[in-house]
Design a protein around this ligand. Structure first.
Ligand code: F6P
Length: 526
């Protein structure tokens, strides 16, 4: 199969036209005037998608800019690139891999029906996906029914930690009582030691989560967990340890019998839908986990089939490109007005910044424009009492994303209306501003935001939202012409750490730069 035609955004006609449009209208665009001019702006710039409604109308964009951005997407071959991903082509060229996390959410009936699969890999992959999913969910249900297991400890880092941790916290309303969930990622022993302090080996299940089963932090924590288990009188490692990995052999060599596999076509930061999601299944049950997958699949179908003009991930990504490359905004903030989503910003950081934090295009040529923005945030209303000052009155414009649910899912009176009022008021204040000739109380306004609304934070809704974000990141990466699915930038530091670690013991500073040598001397044990 030949690679889809992809034209880098800066080599298109639409790019040139967008620059002209930005100079003529974009730079001076004012949201308050736009709403005054157009009574239909809210509906024109809102988008329904599975399980989520998005209000894009408080963004610095008009219909002409959006039209040019759709033209840009088409010139870049976005649709062909998207289809190539779903068809299982090796679009992760620098690692020679397909990118098929969408297959993890594809329902089993496709196997029994008349559906024609693009490749044998997809047909076989889907069979393997469902065999593993069924086995993993059966295991999850058995552990859920086993009341002797009170504590589940997930040991993993990056994609083997952030997704499951975020989702287990986010879906706490659906978590059955009786089990506690712990997540240990850092090689800093404070983290594991703190968790182990409260545990009894006979009541604990350790999940060693690592796509490669080589990651230094995870291996160190797994070794220490097993040592603790044995030294604290634990028996039956087979019952108390399970591994979630593509490297089943390494897990077996470690001494773990219970393993749930996945495949090299699932990127680490796209893996919560695979066996890496076992902690989620343990927390919310098999039905809940299938709901999460179903929500994501509904969004996959939206992304795959809906025309660009009504396609939520596409519209969001085009805004991202507009802000990053024309307005020059370097950062985006996310404010979930739902306290359970407190790890969502950290999860999205890996998704977006590890995917699109690239300085060369897919051919290895440097790109002459900005790529991933810095993504950051905290739940509302906490952020309001910390950094919102800067969002309202700082010198940089930072687009903000609000998330709110209509049905709180708890019954504490008064809290939810107050929470929602804060979210709405902050978005309003950012846009409207306030004039103060004295200066200090002046709010410039015209600060952009996007507002996502969910009926309730269910597994289906969370699944749809996360898949929407994955496809948004895919789309901006496709326009930028980069490979969103490798992560070579994390390797150099790992190599250097392997060189430095023995030097901490030996004190050998030969060949080190002056600063590293000086710090090494300060940090060495006596
Ligand atoms: O170092 C970065 C990274 O490779 C991430 O991409 C990945 O999610 C994380 O490390 C963990 O990797 P693994 O699941 O193989 O332990």
């Amino acid at each position: 199969m030949s690679a889809p035609a992809r034209l880098r955004c800066d080599r298109t006609d639409a790019w040139r036209q967008l620059h002209a449009h930005y100079a003529a209208e974009g730079r001076g665009f004012d949201l308050r005037d736009a709403f005054a001019r157009d009574a239909q702006r809210f509906s024109a710039f809102s988008q329904e998608a599975p399980h989520v409604f998005a209000d894009l109308s408080k963004n610095l964009i008009d219909a002409s800019a959006e039209r040019l951005l759709f033209a840009l997407a088409r010139e870049c071959g976005l649709e062909a690139q998207r289809d190539a991903m779903f068809a299982g082509e090796a679009i992760n060229a620098s690692e020679g891999r397909a990118v098929l996390h969408t297959l993890l959410r594809k329902p089993a009936p496709a196997l029994a029906g008349n559906e024609k699969f693009a490749t044998k890999t997809i047909a076989e992959g889907l069979r393997d996906v469902h065999a593993t999913l069924d086995a993993m969910l059966a295991y999850a249900e058995a552990i859920r029914a086993d009341h002797t297991i009170t504590d589940v400890v997930n040991i993993g880092i990056g994609g083997s930690d952030l997704g499951p941790q975020m989702a287990v916290l986010g879906l706490d309303a659906f978590v059955a009582p009786g089990k506690r969930f712990h997540f240990v990622s850092n090689v800093d022993g404070h983290e594991l030691a703190g968790v182990l302090r409260g545990l009894a080996p006979e009541h604990t299940l350790f999940l060693i989560a690592s796509k490669t089963f080589t990651t230094a932090e995870t291996m160190a924590n797994a070794q220490s967990a097993r040592r603790w288990f044995e030294q604290s009188g634990g028996v039956d490692v087979a019952r108390h340890f399970a591994a979630l990995t593509t490297n089943v052999e390494a897990a077996r060599a470690f001494g773990i019998e219970h393993t749930f596999g996945f495949w090299d076509w699932v990127g680490g930061r796209y893996s919560l839908w695979s066996a890496i999601g076992l902690p989620i299944a343990l927390a919310i049950g098999a039905e809940g986990f299938r709901g999460l997958l179903a929500g994501a699949h509904a969004m996959d179908e939206h992304f795959r089939t809906v025309p660009l003009e009504r396609n939520l991930p596409v519209r969001l990504a085009l805004l991202d490109v507009w802000y990053r490359n024309f307005h020059g905004f370097t950062s985006r903030s996310i404010a979930p007005y739902h306290a359970a989503l407190r790890r969502l910003p950290a999860y999205l950081q890996q998704l977006e910044m590890e995917s699109n934090g690239k300085r060369v295009d897919a051919r290895g040529d440097p790109v002459p424009f900005g790529t991933s923005p810095v993504l950051w945030g905290e739940p509302g209303t906490n952020g309001q009492h910390a950094y919102f000052q800067m969002l309202h009155q700082g010198t940089d414009v930072i687009p903000l994303e609000f998330l709110a649910v209509r049905d709180a899912g708890h019954d504490l009176p008064g809290h939810h209306p107050r929470l929602l009022a804060n979210a709405l008021a902050q978005a309003q204040a950012l846009m409207q501003g306030q004039a103060d000739p004295g200066g200090h109380r002046h709010f410039p306004g015209n600060r952009p935001s996007t507002f996502f609304v969910f009926e309730r934070l269910t597994p289906e809704a969370l699944g749809a939202f996360l898949a929407m974000y994955e496809h948004r990141v895919f789309t901006s990466g496709a326009l930028w012409g980069i490979n969103s699915f490798d992560q070579w930038g994390v390797e150099l530091g790992k190599v250097l750490a392997r060189d430095i670690e023995p030097r901490l013991a030996s004190g050998d500073a030969s060949g080190l730069d002056g600063s590293t040598a000086g710090l090494l001397a300060l940090l060495r044990p006596d």
